[in-house]
Design a protein around this ligand. Sequence first.
Ligand SMILES: Nc1ncnc2c1ncn2[C@@H]1O[C@H](COP(=O)(O)OP(=O)(O)OP(=O)(O)O)[C@@H](O)[C@H]1O
Ligand SMILES: [Mg+2]
Length: 244
Amino acid sequence: MSNSELQTVLELDQIIGGYGDTQILHGVSMRVDPGEIVVIIGPNGAGKSTAMKAVFGLLNLSGGKVRLNGEDITNMPPDQVVHHGVCYVPQTSNIFPSLTVEENLEMGAFVRTDDFRPRLQELYDIFPPLAEKRRQAAGTLSGGQRQMVAMAKAMMLEPQILLLDEPTAGLSPKYRGEIFAIVKTVNATGTPILMVEQNAKQALKIANRGYVLVDGKNKFEGSGHDLLEDAEVAEMFLGGGAPP
Ligand SMILES: Nc1ncnc2c1ncn2[C@@H]1O[C@H](COP(=O)(O)OP(=O)(O)OP(=O)(O)O)[C@@H](O)[C@H]1O
Ligand SMILES: [Mg+2]
């Protein structure tokens, strides 16, 4: 069965909203289908993080709809969005630095009432460095490993979709590559991913599809491959020049 025959997991349908009286999103639409990695790129201040926050009920939308598996979750409060199976790793402050790695993962399981130990082990298998450092304070880890803690914490709930806001921000190229590889691994376990990324070229290489947001509006969209090949997108958003 092709993706188009399966129900869309997450859909933002012409959403309008912002902070206080300031409108940031002027009718943004995007979707994530089963099994996909979808990347949002665009300049600073374009509204990428705001669009993610809108999914997670952290914004009051004055127009448009957010749907999860066809169900209307527009303006649903964050705790309920979590219960519906959406997990979100924010751009900053996404771990508890003074808690150990394992305590962070346990915190990630806070709404689980069943035995989450098997899940913990599965995640240690996906993120081997975390298994090794399970008793260490998360704040003492490298930037890349802290990002792994944040992702693993979110994955404790076995979400229906994972939202990642700039998971490779501030990381060295080596760690960036590691994080992108882990994003692919997590996705291969069946979790669709919506990810904001500044490292647009690398992100689009692992993406099924991508959206370019500019000034709170959709500017371009297409398959990861097509966006990488698009001369205008490359010129404006991929650091100049189409890839060879
Ligand atoms: N909590 C907030 N209160 C008021 N304005 C905000 C808030 N967060 C963001 N903004 C504003 O909303 C606009 C969009 O911000 P947003 O963080 O969504 O951009 P972004 O595309 O994620 O940018 P970046 O690439 O820098 O992360 C910006 O003008 C920003 O100043
Ligand atoms: Mg942002």
